[in-house]
Design a binder for this molecule. Structure first.
Ligand code: SF4
Length: 451
């Protein structure tokens, strides 16, 4: 057995309380995937990667020798195979030197191979009708309103640039500005500032042709001065306002912007937004200062956290879902040295928020080759770390008897569609949590250690 296969088997056993599929999913998200030419030929006829906000690739486009940036799928679905995988949706993060490769098997199926062994079959999402359409100004719909999460979420990055510029301000894991530059260089239609009219026209087409999408996210880079003469709150709220006016309640509206003062957050609520994501990225105060220097200087960590708590008064705690980027707290030279220390720190943040019924979610760190942290830490965080974190996240959720976060579709392995981390895949049905409590002898209050 090769090294990678050996590691997968060992960790699947060590974390047998987690679904075995997430061992592979997290490894694909942290280290990327490659495709053979034949597999890319098949993938070219399926829903393509739209570069919906960041590159989410481990190498720059200039190093993708097979034109993968134009041919690879947005997501893959792991299923079946000798390990009998339940459906698991994984975002595609390109890395030509990944040990994981999608190939075409002898009987013509797409399969996931590692070290010469077939792990499972791979399914791709067909191209939705709206992906073939253009707006009246000629722009492809995929530029204005791509979908992810197997078609569940419309991803509206309405401002593709961040006003935190350069090494001293940009979050160090983030490649939004550099990705914008590389996409423009390739000639892809990649609109920096989307107009409200463009967004509405794209949604009109989707509303007419699609029945799978359930939610939309309005997001983009931070605005520290103005865009189109508008401050951050006024720029971003015009989109949900217009969407809700034109399509009231058609989708669950979400916004991902900075942690804003309560009076501004209320304007999102008034516009019809249902879920607010003020992402705190990393919990540790020292690391927040280093990794999110712009946010630290313009807003400050304590204010950021207080604003998350204040937002819960406006939206209700379950509808404030701050994201963190899982793994950046292990980035060297300044990060934690062991997965245990890193997870202990992040668990503190989970405790802080979940004890107030606010459920943070996370994305698995992709060490993009064009981001500062990706360049200095191409290996990202260890697989062991990511599995420990999933366990800590679920334990804390269950400890506080909290429901799955809203706006992500059905939870649990085989059902979840959230593709950039496995937090939705590891959620257990209430019966399983109850019987686990009985087995561990916990009564009344939940045990600290439910796994
Ligand atoms: S605030 Fe940070 S994470 Fe958000 S877009 Fe700007 S640099 Fe990226």
């Amino acid at each position: 057995m090769g090294q990678k296969l050996d590691q997968i088997s060992r960790l699947a056993e060590q974390f047998s309380d987690l679904p075995a599929e997430v061992v592979v999913k997290e490894d694909l998200l942290r280290g990327g995937i490659s495709f053979t030419e034949d597999a890319l030929r098949i993938a070219s006829g399926c829903k393509p990667k739209a570069y919906f906000i960041f590159s989410f690739d481990l190498v720059p486009i200039s190093e993708l020798q097979q034109g993968e940036n134009l041919r690879a799928p947005e997501e893959i679905c792991l299923t079946g195979g000798v390990r009998n995988f339940r459906r698991t949706i994984v975002s595609v993060r390109l890395n030509p030197s990944s040990p994981y490769r999608v190939e075409v098997s002898q009987d013509g199926k797409l399969v996931l191979i590692v070290e010469g062994e077939e792990l499972c079959e791979v399914e791709l999402q067909p191209v939705p009708e709206y992906y073939r359409r253009r707006l009246s100004n000629g722009k492809p719909l995929t530029d204005i309103a791509p979908t992810i999460e197997w078609g569940y979420l419309l991803y509206l990055t309405v401002f593709r640039i961040c006003q935190y510029f350069g090494k001293k301000e940009e979050c160090q894991f983030c490649d939004i500005n550099e990705n914008y530059r590389q996409q423009k260089k390739t000639g892809r239609s990649y609109t920096a500032v989307k107009s409200v009219d463009e967004v509405l026209e794209a949604l009109e087409i989707i509303a007419d042709t699609d029945s799978h999408s359930r939610a939309y996210t309005v997001t983009g880079g931070s605005i520290t001065s103005q865009v189109d003469g508008k401050r951050e709150i006024d720029f971003y709220r015009q989109y949900p306002e217009a969407i809700e006016r034109r399509f009231p309640g058609r989708w669950i509206g979400k916004v991902v912007v900075q942690a804003l003062p309560a009076d501004e957050v209320k304007l999102f609520k008034d516009a019809g937004v249902q879920i607010y994501h003020p992402n705190y990225e990393v919990w540790d105060p020292r690391l927040f200062q280093i990794i999110c220097a712009g946010k630290d200087r313009f807003v400050g960590r304590d204010t950021w956290i207080q604003r998350i708590v204040d937002a819960a008064e406006i939206f209700g705690p379950s509808h404030v879902i701050p994201n963190f980027v899982a793994g950046i707290e292990m980035a060297q030279p300044f990060g934690f040295k062991t997965p245990e220390e890193a997870v202990a720190s992040t668990r503190e943040g989970l405790e802080f928020f979940m004890s107030q019924e606010i459920v943070p979610r996370f994305t698995t760190w992709c060490p993009e080759g064009i981001s500062l942290l990706g360049k200095s830490n191409p290996g990202g965080a260890s697989l062991d770390y990511h599995l420990q974190l999933l366990r800590a996240w679920r334990e804390t959720l269950e400890k506080y008897h909290l429901p799955p976060p809203p706006g992500y579709g059905s939870p649990g392995i085989g059902n979840a569609v959230f593709s950039v981390s496995s937090f939705m895949d590891v959620i257990r049905p209430p019966e399983a949590v109850r019987s686990q409590r009985e087995v561990s002898g916990a009564s009344g209050e939940a045990s600290e250690h439910l796994n």
